[in-house]
Design a protein around this ligand. Structure first.
Ligand code: ATP
Length: 260
């Protein structure tokens, strides 16, 4: 198995040492080359699970194996795109993309790779600008270009298009689909958008309200590129599942908020 998530649980403790178990006993096997989307109500632990897979956070119990090696920390075998762009403000756009490549590629190759990915996110004319000269959406496109340029086999994306306008979002969804189809990377993609997950993923994992577990594991067997009219039935089905979970979260938040 390419990625094996074994009985993973995560509990946080607040300042009063009250325990908050975010999710419990998550078991998930992901094949190499799969495009998996993680859906679930706000606060069910999608970002936390992604950070644990990335090696940026530790599980409270359980373990994760990537190509049979236990994940103990971040590494070049996985790259992550966060909800907000995380760029070095003192480096230009092109230098930001080249930074993770500095040890693996010579200068000319770094420049070529940076230029290719900047073109892909339609920012070629901004290569020598600094992040503060770009809008939030443009900065996020640079982060995506940087993660793709690293060419890690496992790409972890935490609502990467959440802050983008609808048109840019659609363009980048199409680009990501093309990259995935040609490079056959394994992608785990957190989103709030049912439509986005049906458009992109092979497989949709739905996490339930806290303490979260996996409540559905759905194969998306629609031809690509996916058309809205073909997606409608599955969209309806997922909406019904998610609505129930969102209601549970709202009730729990009221209870938790009231106890503070
Ligand atoms: N470092 C932390 N310390 C304490 N609690 C945390 C920490 N990180 C996350 N949490 C809590 O864990 C729960 C899950 O958070 P997480 O961000 O993983 O959820 P999510 O499903 O990605 O939510 P959203 O869809 O809103 O982004 C939340 O209740 C959050 O407050």
């Amino acid at each position: 198995m390419y990625l094996k998530i074994n009985n993973v649980s995560k509990t946080f403790h607040n300042e009063k040492d009250q325990a908050l178990t975010v999710f419990q006993d998550i078991d998930l096997d992901i094949n190499e080359g799969e495009f998996v989307s993680l859906l679930g109500p706000s606060g069910c632990g999608k970002s936390t699970l992604l950070s644990i897979i990335a090696g940026l956070a530790q599980p409270s119990s359980g373990s994760i194996f990537l190509e049979n090696a236990e994940v103990k920390g971040p590494g070049p075998d996985k790259s992550m795109v966060f909800q907000e762009a995380a760029l070095f403000p003192w480096l230009t756009v092109s230098e930001n993309i080249r930074f993770p490549l500095r040890k693996s590629l010579n200068k000319k190759d770094q420049q070529d790779v940076a230029a290719d990915y900047l073109q892909m996110v339609h920012l070629s004319n901004f290569a020598n600008h600094y992040p503060h000269e770009l809008s939030g959406g443009m900065q996020q496109r640079v982060s995506i270009a940087r993660a793709l340029a690293m060419d890690a086999k496992l790409l972890l994306m935490d609502e990467p298009f959440g802050a983008l306008d609808e048109q840019t979002r659609t363009v980048l969804q199409d680009e990501l689909e093309k990259i995935w189809l040609s490079a056959k990377k394994t992608i785990i993609f957190v989103t709030h958008s049912i439509r986005e997950s049906i458009k992109l993923a092979d497989r949709i994992i739905i996490m339930g309200a806290r303490p979260g577990t996996i409540i559905s594991d759905i194969k998306v067997d629609l031809p690509r590129p996916r058309l809205q009219k073909d997606m409608a039935d599955l969209e309806e089905e997922l909406l019904i599942i998610l609505k129930g979970e969102i209601q549970k979260v709202m009730k729990e938040e009221l209870r938790y908020g009231g106890s503070r």
